[in-house]
Every structure is written in C-alpha cells, then in structure tokens.
Design a binder for this molecule. Structure first.
Ligand code: PLP
Length: 385
C-alpha cells in the first residue's frame, strides 16, 4: 500500500541543502562550510543549569507559553538589547526553537489563498512553512547591488502591495546582510501603507558586526503589526536544546499559543532552565563567541578577495555570500569543489530568487579549518577559472 500524501506535502521539494550533506558524508576528508550551526558548545553555566534541573527532577511540562521566569528574563533581555517592550504575561511565547515560532505564525495568520511575500534569498524553511499553512508564496528578490537589503522598490516591483504577510530576516541567512534603521524605514512605510502583517526573523540579531541591530518592530506604527522571532540557537550556541520565542501583540501571541498548546504543549523544560541561566550569566561567553565570528568573517572576506572571487561585505549572522567565478553555475561549483577538494558549500539557488550565481559560506567553523578550506577553494579556482 502507498500512502495518500497531501497535496501540500507533495508540493514541497526535498531540501536542496541535504543533497550536499549526503555527498559530504560519503567521505571523511571534507571540511564543511555548509551548516548554519555554531561550532561552539553551549556555555558551561547554561549546561550546568540544565543538568541541575534534571538532578532536581524538574522534568514536567511548563506553562504553555513557557516558564514565567524565563518570559520575564526574555522581556528584560530584548528591552535591554533591542529596545523592544513586551509584556511577559501575554506578549511572549517560548517555543521549540524559532522554527516552531515561525510555523505557528504561518498557521495563525495565513488562510488558504493568502499571499505571503518573502524577501529572498531566504532561510529555506519559510517557503515550505507557507505552503504547509495553505498560503501562496510571493518571492521578493533582493540584489547584491542593494547589499541584499529589502527595498520598497523591490516590494513594489514584486507586487507585494497585494500581499497579506511579509517575511524578512535580518541579519540574513544566507547572505549575511543587515538592515540599518534608515533602510528599514521605507519597508515599514510600505507595510503600513499596504496593511501587511510583518514576520521579522531576528534570530541572528546579536550577530551584528557593524553598529547595533534594529528591530523593525521598534519603528513607528510597526509594533502592532509585527511578530519578532528570536531564540537561543545561534548567539547562545544552543541549537540542539531547541529553544526560541516570539514577541508580538497579545491577540497575535494568543492565537499562536492556541496552536502551540494543542501541538507542542510547552517547549522543552530542560532547555528552558538552560536558557534562563544563559540570559542570567552567559553574556561574556556570548560576547566572546561574537568576537570570534567577527574575526573569522574578516578573514573569510579577505581570503575570497585575494582568491579573486567577488564577495559583498557581509555584516551579520555567520555567513558570507561570494559570487561563483564565470563558467560555473553555483550548483556546478558547489558539486565540483566538494568532489575535487572536499569542501562543502551551499549553492545560493536553494535560498530562492536572488541567490543564483552565489555560494553560502558558513564561518561557524574554527579558523584553522577555514584557512584550509579557503586554500582548497583557491586551488580549485586557480585550476578551473
Ligand atoms: N531562522 C533562521 C533565519 C535560521 O537560520 C534558523 C536556523 O538555521 C532558524 C530560524 C531556526 O532556528 P531554531 O534552531 O531556533 O529553530
């Protein structure tokens, strides 16, 4: 017997990134610049708090929206770091990773037939999430010319004026682009003018290397139409603990909680204890990791320039997005550099429109491996380009 799969599931192609991991897994000499995951372990104090919570038998569900203490700590943290004011009682929900928060938002705000504009290149989960929720995706390509920032012009040109929801992610995966306040203003004005709900994925907010991160929710008239996603996976190196959160007006977070309480009940309890400690005492560890990412970023950008590959000045997250040399598609380059030199990178096409002709390079890898990987890429380019 074969299962009757839903149309929604059948519509979504398998992840374009996985194929490269499968090739990479066949050999043991591969240096991976492919994964978007910190190479650091979770800070010790947070791990200790998780262990202690287990020793004390704190293994029950928490409140659906997350431990009150954690929501209070999140409210203080986002107020302090990003000037965001949210009430821990009704305007914050703790989720199983930012991933769950994104999925809840699509299911809470998208009706079948609604249009969700997505600034691309984009994190690979948004488009499937919209399709699973029954919505239609409207890609809004950003370009290297605009430093991969979203512009009102691009929104207009893509027809986003008729969309219902807009998804943006800055600092960006996969480009490493950031959006300073003056560039967010026209996007906010567009959202207000066309009455768009804005979903702003700010999971890389701490990883901003030039100036301070600005949340679009802090701009005039935006708080009431914006949901902000953040979490502990990236800056706090807690990917496997699966903890994120969403911030938004009470009615919106209440709607997301309605889905969450039937599908997830509560985010992982042990991880909530770790996260509380991470916010309480791990700031120095976070600063140290950010300093290391920044050193790697500068090294990787300068090496690509030495190699003769064009690369725009990525200023956030832990990715850069060089152009492939003439004569290759991104897919060909990624496949051949993996086979010939054992370096795994991701072709930009998998991140949607605007990604073609680029590679996503993750520098969430130690400097020594980055050095070796870039030497191998240099050898490959010298031989073929
Ligand atoms: N949002 C973006 C932009 C990401 O890059 C990722 C992970 O790569 C996530 C969300 C998922 O984060 P989490 O581990 O909190 O689910």
């Amino acid at each position: 017997m074969t299962f009757e799969l839903s149309d929604r599931v059948q519509t979504v192609p398998p992840s374009g990134i996985r194929r490269f991991f499968e090739i990479a897994e066949e050999r043991d000499d591969v240096i991976s610049l492919g994964v978007g995951e910190p190479d650091f372990a979770t800070p010790w104090a947070a791990r200790d708090a998780a262990i202690a919570s287990l020793e004390q038998g704190k293994t029950s569900y928490t409140a659906n929206r997350g431990k009150r203490e954690l929501r209070e700590a999140i409210a203080d943290y986002v107020a302090d770091r990003f000037d965001l004011g949210y009430d821990p009682g009704e305007e914050i929900i703790v989720t199983a990773g930012a991933s769950e928060a994104v999925d809840l938002a699509f299911r809470a705000f998208v009706d079948p037939g609604d249009t969700v504009a997505i600034a691309q290149p984009a994190y690979i989960s948004y488009e499937p999430g919209v399709i699973f929720a029954g919505g239609d995706v409207l890609p809004v390509p950003t370009t290297e010319e605009d430093e991969f920032r979203l512009t009102a012009k691009a929104l207009e040109a893509a027809g986003a004026a008729d969309a219902d929801v807009l998804v943006l992610c800055y600092p960006n995966n996969p480009t490493g682009a950031i959006m300073p306040a003056e560039d967010l203003e026209p996007v906010a004005a567009f959202a207000r003018e066309h009455d768009l709900t804005v979903l702003s994925d700010e999971i890389y907010a701490e990883l901003t290397y030039d100036g301070e991160h600005t949340s679009i929710a802090t701009l005039p008239g935006m708080r009431e139409r914006t949901i902000v996603f953040n979490g502990f996976s990236k800056a706090h190196a807690m990917t496997g603990l699966r903890l994120g959160y969403a911030l938004g007006p009470a009615d919106a977070i209440g709607a997301m909680n309605k889905i969450h309480q039937y599908t997830m009940l509560s985010a992982p309890t042990t991880a909530q204890h770790a996260a509380l400690e991470a916010l309480d005492s791990c700031e120095d560890d976070v600063r140290e990791m950010i300093a290391q990412y920044d050193r790697r970023r500068q090294f990787v950008l300068s090496r690509f320039r030495e190699i003769g590959m064009d690369v725009f000045e990525a200023k956030g997250a832990f990715y850069c997005f060089p152009e492939v040399p003439d004569g290759f598609t991104a897919e060909e380059f990624a496949e051949e550099v993996l086979r010939e030199q054992g370096v795994a990178v991701v072709p930009g096409d998998v991140f949607g429109e605007g990604g073609a002709g680029h590679l996503r390079i993750s520098y969430a890898t130690g400097l020594e491996d980055l050095r070796r990987a870039l030497n191998r890429i240099e050898a490959f380019v010298e031989e073929h380009a």
